[in-house]
Design a protein around this ligand. Structure first.
Ligand code: GUN
Length: 293
């Protein structure tokens, strides 16, 4: 059984991006510039955005953090998005979600120019991905594809079961795995909250991707001997013995499932770091104008 080291793979990707930045500099070209918009003071969002800025610094990208007050109107936020769309120095940007209740997430996400949508959330990018055209792919599915590729995990003709159908993980993941590509060419089943007899289906999976957001949801009896298990969940559970009183666990019952599978991603240190690296990867594509030529 192999534990897939997302932390180390992400570090490898950051190293490759650093080398590309140095190459761009040597050619007298501009380095990638990623901007992030953060509305309000949500603690989790603050941490995510702070990490994104830190990641940019580490690989030599320029970054801009646009901090806006919780009370900003939807119209004013749209103006900020238009400013970034029109700023030629900014290659790509993200608006951190969730937004305050009085702002419609979709309205904002859809206002981002597809060419700068490094989150891959805009329907043009989602549609292009579904058609197998060059597109920005959302960071978590892209990070998982990178892990499968770099660990040379065979996906062709395998049965891939995805648990969860969210816009940003389950749905794009299922499309990518069924695409005519490598990784890809899998036979894909999506399971979700209305699926009957889920364990019967997951037990058929050669590759099982859990993105349901429930701690320890996938237990050993749901996993086929020798399966590849990708755990997307990051769930807080009480742990009074820890300094913060909680710990992070995945959607997979790691201790049980490691006994059965061939590969598994741990939480933390699996998919999470890859999501961060994948955003940087998209920002480099944006700077090189490699998607929309
Ligand atoms: N909130 C949680 N994850 C994400 C993400 O990947 N992108 C954005 N924009 N907001 C998020």
């Amino acid at each position: 059984m192999t534990i897939i080291d997302g932390k180390q793979t992400a570090q490898q990707i950051r190293q490759e991006l650093t080398e590309q930045v140095n190459q761009l500099k040597a050619e007298g070209k501009k380095v990638p510039h990623l901007a992030a918009v953060l509305v309000g003071n949500d603690t989790a969002s603050e941490t995510y955005v702070r990490n994104k800025v830190k990641d940019c610094e580490q690989v030599g990208f320029n970054s801009t953090l646009v901090r806006l007050d919780e009370s900003i109107s939807e119209e004013e936020l749209l103006q900020e998005v238009h400013k970034l769309n029109d700023n030629p120095d900014v290659d790509g940007f993200i608006v951190q979600l969730p937004l305050p209740n009085h702002i419609n997430d979709e309205k904002i996400t859809f206002a981002i120019k597809a060419e700068k949508d490094v989150d891959g959330f805009h329907p043009i990018n989602v549609g292009r991905m579904a058609k197998g055209l060059p597109s920005y792919v959302a960071a978590t599915p892209l990070g998982i594809m990178q892990l499968l590729e770099r660990y040379q995990i065979e996906t062709e003709s395998k049965h891939c079961v995805v648990i969860g159908r969210s816009d940003i993980v389950g749905t794009p993941m299922s499309l990518l795995m069924s695409r005519k590509s490598n990784p890809g060419n899998s036979t894909v089943t999506i399971c979700h909250s209305r699926t009957k007899n889920m364990a019967e289906i997951t037990r058929e999976a050669d590759i099982l991707i859990a993105a349901i957001g429930k701690a320890h949801f996938v237990t050993a009896d749901m996993v086929k001997e020798g399966a590849v298990v990708i755990d997307v969940g990051i769930n807080r559970v009480n742990a009074p013995e820890r300094p913060r009183g909680y710990k992070l666990v995945g959607d997979v019952h790691f201790e049980e499932v490691t006994e059965k599978c061939s590969y598994i991603t741990p939480v933390p240190g699996g998919v999470g770091p890859m999501t961060r690296a994948a955003l940087l990867y998209n920002a480099m594509l944006a700077a090189k104008k490699e998607i929309y030529r």
